[in-house]
Ligand binder design. Structure first.
Ligand code: PAF
Length: 293
């Protein structure tokens, strides 16, 4: 496994791979890898001749006062884990090379980036789409893999790839959870023992919401009320948002129809955790069967 830090070097490497007619699977990350990342890497390795993983804590997706400086980093460990998943290359550029002083160009995906997390983290998705675009141009993968945990990110990146005719496939793989249901995240490491225990409430509240939808509840307000009650019962939990939105447009829904994304963001002290579930809403017919709304 090679570690490549230079942009030109990375581009030369993939030129060589393409000449041989081999395919490249790409997993962009900010490092401090967990099982969620590893599942993306294993899948990318299985489906492609070569696997490239990028490790870059991208400054432009952090707002002022956010955790850019203290974001967990452990490159040695990341190297070991990437090698074990069969990575051929870790692309590990320097921030000053990715964003030289005369850097001017940003990519934005309209309103999609202003909803849900975009409200509390203005500019975050602009940073994400810009860096992901740059990484795509540098690595030139056939397929890039993202996790469903960052549902909004995955939707925005898929939209960007389609709108800009990027010559690659985007694949979004399921959330990987701890045994008790907490979604894996590099930020889980910030949690105190108590907060870690209480954080399971995100998953439990999502399960409750799915159960309510499946048993015929049709009012987003009632479901959100129940979720709010559950999360607020945990000491230290501070809700950023709980939303039920259309899974494609991310617009809030008034009635539970079609493919829905139930998304939550909750602070435990300074740690902001997100989680979500996608659910297809069905309508109960007179004969007791369900049909798609
Ligand atoms: O999901 C992440 O870790 C980051 O947002 C990404 C896609 C690597 C861009 O910095």
């Amino acid at each position: 496994m090679k570690v490549i830090t230079g942009i030109k070097k990375m581009q030369l490497w993939n030129k060589g791979v393409r000449k041989k007619g081999e395919t490249i699977g790409f997993v962009p990350t900010m490092g401090y890898l967990h099982q969620g990342h590893l599942s993306l890497m294993r899948r990318a390795k299985k489906e492609n001749d070569r696997l490239v993983v990028s490790i870059f804590v991208n400054p432009t997706q952090f707002g002022p006062g956010e955790d850019f400086k203290r974001y967990p980093r452990n490159f040695k460990r990341d190297q070991r884990l990437s090698r074990a998943c069969g990575a051929d290359v870790i692309f590990h550029p320097q921030a000053k090379k990715m964003y030289p002083p005369d850097f001017k160009t940003y990519v934005e995906v309209g309103k999609l980036g202003e909803r849900l997390c975009g409200r509390s983290r203005p500019g975050h998705f602009r940073g994400v789409t810009t860096i992901v675009n740059k990484l795509f141009n540098i690595v030139q993968p056939d397929t890039a893999y993202f996790g469903q945990k960052d549902a909004q990110q995955a939707i925005i990146i898929s939209r960007m790839a389609q709108d800009l005719n990027l010559p690659l496939k985007i694949k979004v793989l399921p959330i990987v959870r701890e045994k008790d249901g907490l979604a894996m995240s590099s930020r889980n490491t910030y949690l105190s023992a108590d907060a870690r225990k209480n954080a399971i409430i995100l998953y439990k509240s999502l399960q409750t919401a799915v159960g309510m939808i499946q048993s015929g509840y049709n009012s987003p307000r009632e479901i959100i009320f129940k979720m709010r009650e559950m999360i607020n019962s945990k000491p230290g939990a501070k809700i950023d948002y709980i939303k039920i939105v259309d899974a494609r447009t991310l617009k809030e829904v008034k009635r539970l129809e079609g493919r829905l994304l139930i998304a939550v963001a909750v602070y435990f002290n300074k740690t902001r955790l997100i989680d979500n579930k996608v659910v297809q809403s069905y309508k109960r017919k007179k004969n007791g069967l369900y049909r798609r709304r």
